[in-house]
Design a protein around this ligand. Structure first.
Ligand SMILES: [Zn+2]
Ligand SMILES: [Zn+2]
Length: 342
């Protein structure tokens, strides 16, 4: 019924910005809008920042939550300056979610910055979140509709302790007459969701892997990442002809484009709508990035994957999300002088 649909919370989540360049800086901002909370339509907007590298953009001060994947400087070095600036902005509230291993070093770094800041406190609400602990961060909850959006951590494999994050939309289903679970509503059908024993249907809307060896993603407990609606994955290396790069990806525990090609079947499912590749090495020029992706994913059986790929391009403090299949990308980007990919 139209009346009911108007009051249903629809959740729209998208990648707003991505400033990422391997070894230099990584920040991915997503925005979430909840429709139907009031009669005015889109009524709640929240932002989440994944990683906080040194080049964190002032637009990210609007974030309500920051999630850190690991302690490498390109992912965390902007955190305390960010917190200081945000605390003085028009939206000072923010929760910082960090891996257990980062907590003490962050406290030490924060103390050092505070000391240099004339012993003025830099307010930060820091919480740890661990993969496999069942911990979840509730980003939004509508108790009346029994619907919530949560973020959970999952384990990744990198040279230091690391974790990725997944955003889930969870709905508690009606229990009918004490038996069975009513999964007949439109929402469940649309979301291609699975119902667990607790009577909850969960849909993975977004995954951010952070830095990781690809092997971590194909472990049984992490296979859900390929069924996220949007998968934002690091792909540091792209040159499939250079054996040395494949070795480097393995040694430095990063993803290589050849990992995606070898495991293309995992990406080909109806739930995955967008594959956003980030954290690309600065060694490639922009046309090389497009060509590596077009050539690497150009074979017939891989083309459906190429269709959903978006890659992030960073230049002079601006960022763009570019589709390699877009024939117009050269015209758009060649007008913009810049310093490479990220
Ligand atoms: Zn990195
Ligand atoms: Zn790293």
């Amino acid at each position: 019924m139209a009346h009911e649909i108007a009051h249903e919370n629809e959740i729209e989540l998208s990648v707003e910005r991505a400033w990422t360049q391997a070894g230099y800086s990584s920040c991915v901002q997503i925005s979430m809008r909840v429709k139907g909370w009031s009669k005015s339509g889109w009524s709640r907007k929240m932002k989440m920042l994944f990683d906080c590298g040194p080049a964190v953009h002032p637009d990210c001060y609007a974030s309500d939550h920051v999630f850190v994947t690991h302690g490498h400087t390109d992912h965390i070095a902007g955190l305390i300056p960010f917190a200081r600036a945000k605390s003085q902005s028009s939206s000072p509230n923010c929760i910082y979610h960090v891996p257990e291993a980062c907590l003490e070093p962050i406290d030490l770094a924060k103390g050092a910055f505070e000391k240099m800041n004339g012993d003025h406190e830099i307010p930060m609400d820091i919480k740890t979140i661990s993969p496999g602990s069942g911990e979840e961060v509730v980003i939004f909850e509508d108790k009346r509709k029994k619907k919530k959006v949560v973020v959970k951590a999952f384990e990744t494999v990198h040279r230091v302790q690391s974790q990725g994050y997944a955003v889930w939309v969870v709905k508690q289903n009606e229990i009918k007459d004490g038996h069975g679970i009513d999964v007949s509503d439109d929402d469940s059908k649309q979301l291609h969701v699975a119902t667990d024993e607790a009577g909850e249907t969960s849909k993975c809307e977004f995954v951010y892997t952070g830095d990781t060896h690809f092997d971590a993603l194909i472990k049984d407990e992490n296979l859900f990442v390929f069924e996220a609606r949007i998968l934002c994955m690091e792909c540091t290396y792209l040159h499939c002809e250079k054996e040395k790069e494949v070795v480097n990806a393995d040694t430095y525990q990063h993803v290589h484009l050849s990992d995606i090609i070898k495991n293309y079947d995992k990406f080909q499912n109806e739930k995955l709508e967008k594959l956003v590749l980030v954290h690309i090495s600065r060694r490639y020029k922009k046309d090389q990035v497009i060509n590596f992706l077009r050539n690497g994913l150009g074979k017939d059986h891989l083309k459906p994957l190429l269709e959903i790929v978006t890659v992030n391009y960073t230049t002079n403090g601006k960022c763009y999300l570019v589709k390699p299949v877009d024939e117009e990308w050269e015209i758009k980007l060649n007008k913009t002088p810049g310093w490479g990919w990220g």
